[in-house]
Design a protein around this ligand. Structure first.
Ligand code: PLP
Length: 408
């Protein structure tokens, strides 16, 4: 098909040309005396993205799922109790993994379209005076439904109950795009991957661990080998990895961290919020269709899940968008399969780029018989973006004002 494919699945996201070029490197000896420079650039750089001084970052050749496993197997023992909420496919899958590892799950099932039920967590934690619960799971951004949860509030619930359980956060589709604060929120294990806000191909699992979580490793009895954090810590301390690292991706990560530094994490977060508001204007004001996120408090700034009307299959909209307009939208997963389509709006994006998702989805919906007003999504998004000040990173003149030296 002529022209380019427009990728709006909520990960993998678009890889900027700068990062693609940075990954085009000849292979080198990962035991060479100069290799540690690479490790010593990446790990401190990741600390900034996690907003941590106390946490220890890890990079595995895996996807985010591998780091879910690293988080639990390095801290817990068979039969330990874990508190978790299920409100989408990813929060569900982490629970399923814990069950496979023989952990006892205390599961709070809530409506898909809502997020971590902090009040219920608080009650359960207060009642658990014997501290049976060893870890609490929280999916910061449920990519399947476009829902963001309040992780700071989960920390407060733990603190108010004076509960020592570890706080594990899935930050796969929030890190580097939605405000995430490892230290301020007292997170013990934060899990992410390379293919979302970090703008890289899939292939790196990214983890950050607190000292408390690392100390738990001394007694944790779940089986682990490849994902043993102690092996990684020992190698990383010398600047190396315990096995062959994914070299091209690591060079890509150096460039990604540079780009994040140049734009500034706060500016990136502001850009994602601003772009997401434009998409929501298209969906809610233009098309007048509901989001899966049931209320403003849950709106995600990295993915919007649009509910299709009864009688229409969301999968048909996605196929039409792909086959006819070369636009890739995200599918509904498991319980919401066919009921929605998702627009990923994270990573290396601007307003006009996102217009392709809105225009493509709109044409595909019309082709599938959804009676939206033609042009209404594009009009509503453009109205929002034109009226609101673009954050640094999108507004070239604002960026210039920041970087230009003062005239003598
Ligand atoms: N958690 C969330 C919130 C996700 O969105 C994803 C993937 O999209 C995962 C976990 C799994 O990550 P990966 O596919 O990198 O293993």
């Amino acid at each position: 098909m002529a022209g380019r494919n427009f990728l709006f699945v909520p990960g993998p996201t678009n890889v900027p040309d700068r990062i693609l070029r940075a990954m085009m490197v000849s292979m080198e000896d990962h035991r060479s005396p100069t290799f540690p420079q690479l490790t010593r650039t990446i790990l401190p750089g990741l600390k900034k993205v996690f907003r941590t001084e106390r946490g220890t970052p890890f990079v595995f050749p895996s996807s985010g799922t591998g780091c879910w496993e690293a988080a639990i197997t390095n801290t817990l023992s068979p039969g330990d109790t874990v508190l978790a909420a299920r409100f989408g496919q990813f929060s569900h899958l982490w629970i399923a993994m814990c069950e496979k590892h023989g952990l006892k799950m205390e599961i709070v099932d809530v409506d898909w379209g809502t997020g971590v039920p902090v009040e219920q967590y608080a009650e359960i934690l207060k009642k658990d005076t014997s501290h049976r619960i060893k870890a609490v799971l929280a999916c910061h951004n449920e990519t399947a439904t476009g829902v963001t949860s309040d992780i700071g509030a989960v920390r407060r619930a733990l603190d108010e109950a004076k509960h020592p359980a570890l706080l594990f956060v899935d930050a796969v589709s929030s890190l580097g795009s939605i405000d995430f604060r490892f230290d301020d929120w007292g997170v013990d294990m934060a899990v992410s991957g390379s293919q979302k806000g970090l703008m890289l191909p899939a292939g790196l699992g990214i983890l950050c661990a607190s000292q408390k979580a690392l100390d738990m490793g001394k007694h944790a009895k779940l089986a682990r080998s490849y994902f043993d954090l102690q092996d990684m810590l020992a190698s990383n301390a010398t600047g190396y990895f315990p096995y062959t690292p994914a070299l091209s991706l690591l060079y890509g990560l150096v460039e990604s961290l540079k780009m994040i530094d140049e734009e500034g994490l706060d500016n990136i977060i502001a850009r994602h919020a601003y772009l997401a508001e434009g998409v929501r204007a298209a969906v809610l004001n233009g098309w007048k269709m509901p989001l899966c996120a049931k209320d403003k408090q849950w709106y995600s700034n990295t993915v919007s899940a649009v509910m299709v009307p009864e009688g229409v299959n969301g999968a048909d909209v996605i196929s039409r968008a792909y086959n006819r307009y070369n636009v890739s939208l995200g599918a509904g997963l498991s319980k919401v399969a066919g009921k929605l389509f998702r627009i990923g709006h994270l990573g290396d994006l601007n307003e006009v780029h996102l217009m392709a998702a809105i225009a493509g989805a709109e044409m595909a919906m019309l082709d599938c018989g959804i009676k939206v007003q033609p042009g209404s999504g594009v009009a509503a998004a453009s109205e929002y973006w034109r009226k609101h000040r673009a954050p640094v990173g999108l507004d070239a003149s604002a960026a210039e004002a920041v970087v230009l030296p003062k005239a003598a």
